[in-house]
Design a protein around this ligand. Sequence first.
Ligand SMILES: Cc1cc2nc3c(=O)[nH]c(=O)nc-3n(C[C@H](O)[C@H](O)[C@H](O)COP(=O)(O)OP(=O)(O)OC[C@H]3O[C@@H](n4cnc5c(N)ncnc54)[C@H](O)[C@@H]3O)c2cc1C
Length: 470
Amino acid sequence: MDEKLIEYIRELIPENHRVLTDQADLYSYSFDASFGMHVPELVVQPKHTDEVAAIMKLANQYHIPIYPRGQGTSLSGGPLPVKGGVVLDLSKWDSKLEIDAEDMVAVVSPGVLTADIHAAAMESGLMYPPDPSSSHVSTIGGNLAENSGGPRGLKYGVTKDYVIGLEVVTPEGEVIQTGGRTIKNVTGYDLTKLIVGSEGTLGIITEAILRLTPKPPATETLMALFDDIVDSGRAISQVLSGGILPAKMEMMDQASIQAVENYQPLGLPTDVEALLLVELDGHPAAIKQEITDTKHICLQAGAREVKVAQTNDEARELWKARKLVSPAIVRVKPTKISEDATVPRSKIPDLFQALKEIKEKHQVDLVVFGHAGDGNLHPNIIADKRDEEEMKRVEKAVEEIFETAVKLGGTLSGEHGIGTMKSPFLEMELGEVGVDMMKRMKNSWDPNHILNPGKIFPEPGQRLVLTDES
Ligand SMILES: Cc1cc2nc3c(=O)[nH]c(=O)nc-3n(C[C@H](O)[C@H](O)[C@H](O)COP(=O)(O)OP(=O)(O)OC[C@H]3O[C@@H](n4cnc5c(N)ncnc54)[C@H](O)[C@@H]3O)c2cc1C
């Protein structure tokens, strides 16, 4: 990047230390939690809307690629600077976290950690329901851009269901407000919903108004162990069709259980094919009855054993297993390809069956866990990126996972986004005209293609490559 442009940017940001040019700093922004490494030419840490607006105006004039970034926990390559240019690190901008208990909203800056919003809402007797598993490290800006989900999505919905207003800087450097503080708002097109989940390709989110709900008075937790993974899929469908709507319904397959037991033994049986973790929330009397019913349904569907937590500590202990899956599986091999194929609930048993077959056919270390209650599974393939032959098999397996999800009436991504990892498969789900309509929107918002280029839409001939030839 031209030295003169870097100087212009330095003039826009009052403190020098918020403009990073050292190689060591640039390298630390070259990756996220997915695959691939791309070093930016400059990193800027804005803390005000007018700074972002001025940078975008300059970038638009000189055609500099700009990559918004939160904490880099994206599993789809979202913040990677694939075409060089500037990374806008918004994670330092956490100055505003206001709870208005009367309006039941939170007003937040983009760099606030999601877990801090949870804690602040709880203090006011309220709840911010979206709860991605990364909430202790990820920013609300990243959650909004990815329309993050998480275990509570089953009952409460996902991030987009709780965003009612945004402040956004457009790729041309204009500042716009979308939505507002009211729950109901049907004035014009719903730009709030368009920006949420647009993966940082349409605008930079600089402030958000989030809807809060009353905190549920009580919770109950249960763990069910299954000898056959397909039976666990059937239990999920039967609980839901039985009229019970858990707050969380998560599954772990045998490989995840074994990895957790090797990492930090919790006393889980390693010979079961799957376990389900269910959390119910609501009125204490209602959920006592529902937990008894859920236990009964799981046993009828073939569960070997069902444990109901008697205290909050016991419940926390049961959930520990699920929390440990991610750190545990990377101990098996260093490279983790994390997918989020999602199917209609009725197809969960078919997806389990197909994943079993893909694992055997391509001889890959496929581990399955995730938010099974809403059909959003996380097939993770554990590999070693230095082993090229293995990575070729992984590429084929990943492709088949996507094909299966779409064939079963599902989607490429339930919550991680398209980013760089899934763009070659976009047309498989949306069709040619569907992709073209989205491209037309992108072109009109960002005529010079400076905001997060290389994401969502594939380059001509782009395919999934998981070796270092990429
Ligand atoms: C262990 C682990 C567990 C996870 N669990 C879940 C889960 O349960 N559910 C889930 O949905 N995801 C999950 N994720 C994925 C990831 O945490 C989320 O996508 C998260 O929202 C990313 O937040 P971030 O602050 O790290 O953003 P980044 O990874 O830095 O960026 C993500 C995307 O947002 C864009 N972006 C960031 N900030 C802004 C902004 N202010 N304006 C415009 N665009 C912006 C970036 O350009 C990029 O495209 C998990 C990841 C890990 C590593």
